[in-house]
Design a protein around this ligand. Structure first.
Ligand SMILES: Cc1ncc(COP(=O)(O)O)c(C=O)c1O
Length: 473
């Protein structure tokens, strides 16, 4: 792999009193690093095929004339320098051993992974879980007792993550499916038929509510203003005809984080149910459904929960379960699926009544493994570190003159930092992938979404590289 040298590295080198740098064959400097060398008067010596500062002299560092005090990137990457300009106050998480965890994610050896708002990377534990299912299928032929047990264990791991009871968790294959199941259990025929939804929802959620207009639902959208939802707008939109308010904890587009506790309290005060789509935040910060008192919470697993597509969970508050009879159902939603009774609906007493057909088994194995990592490290610890990285990312983006589409106050921002790049954001994503940066484009932005395993230098490298790609030096 190439060894990328960022502007931050150069500042660290300068702070350590070094004024010369020898590049090896695989060393690649970002344009910001080259600029920093010029600005700080650091001479760059070409030791092979690497790029070099345009204005710097070129010498053979292996020759007898190699200057004293010359430094190689490998040396300064290993050394512990205090950079002159640093936005992060910490170099590593205080709560866990980041290097030990990073060693469990093979892709991190060769790439910077900042696509956690879209798909998190594979780790050894999730791979082993997938292999455990394949082994069981291979050796047992059919192992339903164990497979159904795995589904229940995955539900229990999800329950642990949000402080729920496992009996309050239903399972499906996507948030779309789960939202449809919940919607199909509601009665839109009474006085309360309004569903309040925000423009910050992932489209699928709004679409499901709109599809229920044919059953009497009246959908009202709260508009996003400047990439955020004004909390006062809930107060105006939710009224005594509102059956349910559907909101997310984090806006997928730019990482805007809502005050979900206040929103839940506000909508309850108007007699509305509270439906929280936690997919964009869960795993990056703590969520406690009991403290929140939310009625429903849904999430899939492929973002901060280290899972893959094909599984999603739903929490339903215990007190509500027996009052809801989903029309979107199936045999696994019945009290005894193996009664094979085709003539009677006999919903399960707990949240399993929101399950439908044969449950997602392979993805349950993987989802449980991924969530066990998050539970082991702890969402509080993850938030402490990801907030530090958010500060660094925001400040770094500001310093480089990038156009930030995310809130600039980290209390109102999840790890996602969105940089406006224009309509061809996908091309920027591809250009960054060529530099071994995995990130995610949406509309006119490219999103950098770090996680507990991200290092400060990953952020610096990504910011330097996007600045290069956008040609804004
Ligand atoms: C907040 C949010 N909800 C839902 C989804 C997608 O839901 P589904 O599982 O139906 O694909 C996403 C996907 O990116 C999302 O960010």
């Amino acid at each position: 792999m190439n060894n990328y040298i960022t502007g931050h590295d150069i500042e660290a080198l300068f702070a350590a009193g070094k004024r010369q740098l020898a590049l090896a064959k695989n060393d690649r400097m970002t344009s910001i690093a080259r600029e920093s060398c010029e600005r700080l008067g650091i001479q760059v010596f070409d030791g092979g095929a690497a790029s070099r500062s345009a204005s710097a002299p070129v010498a053979d560092p292996s020759s007898a004339s190699r200057p004293v005090n010359v430094f190689t990137p490998a040396e300064f990457k290993q050394a512990e320098f205090k950079p002159t300009v640093s936005s992060g106050s910490h170099d590593a998480p205080a709560d866990y051993d980041i290097d030990a965890w990073r060693a469990q994610f093979p892709i991190l050896k060769e790439a910077v992974h900042l696509a956690n708002c879209s798909q998190s990377p594979q780790c050894e534990r999730t791979r082993a879980a997938a292999e455990a299912y394949l082994d069981s299928w291979d050796h047992m032929g059919m192992d339903w007792d164990r497979w159904v047990q795995e589904v229940n264990l995955a539900k229990a791991e999800f329950a642990r993550l949000i402080n729920a009871d496992p009996g309050e968790i239903g399972i499906g294959t996507s948030v779309s499916e789960i939202t449809s199941t919940i919607a199909s259990s509601l009665d839109f025929g009474g006085r309360r038929k309004k569903v309040v939804v925000t423009d910050a929802e992932f489209p699928t959620v709004g679409l499901v509510w709109l599809a229920h207009e044919k059953f009497g639902a009246k959908v009202q959208f709260i508009p996003a203003k400047g990439g955020e939802i004004d909390i006062n707008d809930y107060h105006t939109a939710v009224d005594n005809e509102t059956l349910l308010t559907s909101f997310c904890d984090v806006y997928y587009y730019n990482g805007f984080k809502q005050d979900i506790a206040t929103i839940t309290e506000m909508v309850h005060a108007k007699g509305s149910l509270a439906y929280l789509d936690a997919y964009q935040g869960l795993g990056s910060h703590p969520i406690d459904v009991k403290a929140l008192d939310v009625d429903f919470l849904s999430s899939g697993n492929l973002k901060y929960l280290l899972g893959i597509p094909g599984i999603a969970f739903v929490y339903i508050k215990k007190e509500l379960i027996s009052h809801l009879r989903p029309a979107f159902t199936g045999w696994f939603g019945q009290e005894n699926p193996f009664a094979f009774d085709i003539h009677h609906l006999d919903y399960a007493k707990d949240a399993r009544r929101f399950d439908n057909g044969t449950p997602p088994v392979l993805t349950s194995y993987i989802a449980r493994a991924g969530m066990s990592v998050i539970n082991e490290i702890g969402p509080n610890a993850i938030q402490r570190w990801t907030d530090i990285l958010s500060e660094r990312c925001l400040e770094g983006a500001r310093r480089r003159g990038l156009d930030i589409a995310s809130p600039q106050d980290i209390r109102r921002k999840a790890p996602t930092t969105a940089i406006r790049v224009g309509p061809d954001s996908h091309a920027v994503e591809v250009a960054l992938k060529e530099r071994k940066i995995i990130c995610s484009a949406r509309g006119d932005v490219v999103r950098f979404a770090h996680h507990f395993f991200t290092k400060p230098e990953d952020i610096d490298y990504a910011l330097d590289s996007i600045t290069d790609v956008l040609g804004r030096r």
